[in-house]
Design a binder for this molecule. Structure first.
Ligand code: DON
Length: 565
């Protein structure tokens, strides 16, 4: 740890950080590496790897496996995700897609009953809700391309945590308890989380022997330790038992894909984020570019005028998501048009600074109520070599499909719900979709995950991302505005209350307790349908100044932590 300017400057930063969110913070700058994750144990593991001379990519692999043990609601080997990487030697930024795929046996109407209605919970619970997992292949591909330490070595911290166990903290004990009813539905899952049929307590030791053995097979045999051999057999056995679709062929043929990131400029930032099959990068670009010409000098970070402009930009950006975006292997995504000045200039004309738009007049669709879920996880890493990793991965909702692979100890995702399972019917995040995101065997479902990296004057400046389903994109966009337009520090940014609009449902979501009555009344007067939401995404952010000093912040809404040296 390195306190950059000594005590007097620390005090100055302390005072500066009293800002709009009212929290008292001291910013710590790290000269070498910084890691921000949703689990203190995983952050420490990442830091250890960096201290051993590993790079950010090594740390990402170790953290990715560690979170599968310490943060089972979202950390995973049975799910998938995306990463943005910056390689300091080549000065290149790449996007890694390890999103799940629809199994070979999947069909367009697989979640509809004989009357054509969506069978309740069918895309969210159990074997058929799972896509073919991509996490192990993704982390292996990251390591193969950029790793410097041994693969086996990087998986040992996770193996040990699973094998000898770790002490449950309040956060994880509460989380397991609150999902008890769902986790007890499958005996394979119950035996891990409720072994004696009693809720786990803080202070209990939590061991996961089958998961440990699976991690060790992957450590020894890399891809074959998961996509073929015993682990694959156990996945297919579980599918057979529960009438699922994932086959040996699906597992054997799964491949992650390195893609060209979405790239756009906002103020002085050169921003890179995730392309399809995530909608994250392009919507982030649209929102920020729609806002870019707006004069912010009269706005404050929570002013109704700013929130209104932001929400209107979101309404326009999200209206394009449903119609146009899908897996690029199956759909032609018009990214160049969506991010072009001509298109955005014309769309911006639709924004009235005094009056909220009406979503149904912009595009049609059928809004539905949607549930809250906070079960993806993001981590950001910056190393002493100048490399960056921004990685978001998930099981989709908390504990995914709730189905553990028998004998293998890991949960399967329920990512199939991210497909448009029927035109106009919203998914768990209230997102509607159409043909571009319909189910096709072997296709990747559309995502909102937005791991993001930004350069300033050609040098690394920002690594960030968040869980939150459809709210990921607005969380990341607000963080960037808060840095670039309002000059807030990472600590202030993670503490800021958030707001969200996604076109449909036509509602402006405000984080509960974050906005006073005057702000709400001003927004209602502009025509917004206000809804309050508790607990609202989990931003993990690192900023890097011109001297290469790193500072980070983990969202206080979760159990996250920053480690650095
Ligand atoms: O890919 C997506 O957009 C969703 N499956 C992400 C889910 C998520 O962020 C859940 N956590 N809050």
């Amino acid at each position: 740890m390195y306190n950059r300017f000594g005590l007097s400057i620390i005090l100055l930063i302390f005072i500066l950080s009293l800002g709009s969110c009212g929290s008292l913070t001291v910013e710590t700058f790290y000269e070498n590496g910084a890691v921000v994750t949703s689990s203190p144990t995983a952050s420490e593991i990442g830091l250890e790897i960096l201290k051993q001379g590993g790079n950010a990519f090594d740390a990402a692999v170790a953290i990715g496996f560690a979170l599968a043990v310490t943060h089972p609601e979202a950390g995973n080997i049975g799910g998938g995700g995306f990463a943005l990487t910056y390689n300091a030697v080549t000065d290149e930024i790449h996007a890694l897609d390890f999103r799940e795929k629809a199994p070979g046996g999947a069909t367009v109407d697989m979640f509809l009953d004989s009357n054509g209605f969506v069978a309740e919970n069918s895309s969210l619970l159990g074997s058929r809700s799972a896509g073919v997992p991509g996490t192990v292949a993704g982390l292996f591909s990251l390591w193969e391309k950029y790793g410097s330490l041994g693969w086996y070595q990087l998986l040992q911290p996770a193996y040990k945590l699973a094998d000898t166990g770790f002490i449950l903290d309040q956060y994880l004990a509460n989380s397991i308890t609150s999902f008890g009813n769902e986790l007890k539905q499958f005996p394979e899952t119950k035996s891990i989380f409720f072994p004696e049929n009693i809720a786990p307590k803080p202070g209990d030791r939590f061991t996961q022997k089958n998961l440990a053995a699976t991690i060790q097979r992957i450590a020894l045999d890399s891809l074959n330790g998961f996509y073929s051999g015993k682990t694959a057999d156990l996945i297919v056995e579980t599918m057979t038992k529960y009438d699922g679709l994932i086959s040996h062929d699906d597992l054997n043929s799964y491949k992650p894909v390195w893609r060209r990131p979405v790239n756009f400029q906002f103020d002085s930032l050169d921003i890179y984020s995730m392309p399809p099959p995530s909608s994250g990068g392009v919507l982030l670009g649209m929102i920020l570019k729609l806002l870019e010409p707006v004069d912010f000098s009269i706005f404050a970070p929570k002013s109704p005028e700013y929130i209104h402009h932001f929400a209107e930009a979101c309404r326009l950006a999200y209206s394009e998501r449903a119609t146009h975006l899908g897996d690029p292997e199956f759909v032609d995504n018009p990214l160049d048009v969506m991010l072009s000045d001509d298109f955005l200039d014309a769309r911006r004309e639709l924004i009235d600074e005094n009056q909220a738009g009406i979503s149904h007049e912009i595009e049609s669709g059928i809004p539905q109520n949607f549930l809250e879920s906070e079960s993806t996880t993001h981590f950001s890493i910056a190393d002493k070599f100048g490399n960056l990793v921004s990685l978001t991965y998930t099981l989709n909702t908390e504990y995914g499909s709730k189905l553990v692979v028998g004998g293998a100890g890991f949960l399967l995702n329920n990512e199939m719900d991210d497909f448009s399972i029927k035109p106009g019917v919203a998914n768990v995040y209230g997102l509607v979709g159409g043909r571009a995101n319909e189910i096709v065997s072997g296709k990747r479902m559309l995502s909102s995950m937005s791991p993001t990296i930004a350069l300033k004057n050609g040098k690394p400046a920002l690594v960030l991302g968040s869980p939150g389903g459809s709210k990921i994109i607005t969380t990341v966009a607000q963080a960037i505005v808060n840095i670039s337009r309002f000059g807030l520090s990472p600590e202030q940014i993670v503490n800021m209350p958030r707001f969200h609009h996604q076109w449909l449902p036509d509602s402006l979501y405000l984080e509960e307790g974050g906005f006073d009555i005057n702000i709400k009344q001003a927004l209602i007067a502009k025509g917004h349908n206000i809804h309050e939401r508790s607990r609202y995404s989990e931003l993990m952010i690192i900023t890097i100044n011109e001297d290469g000093m790193k500072t980070g912040a983990a969202d206080p809404r979760c159990n996250g932590s920053v480690s650095g040296y």
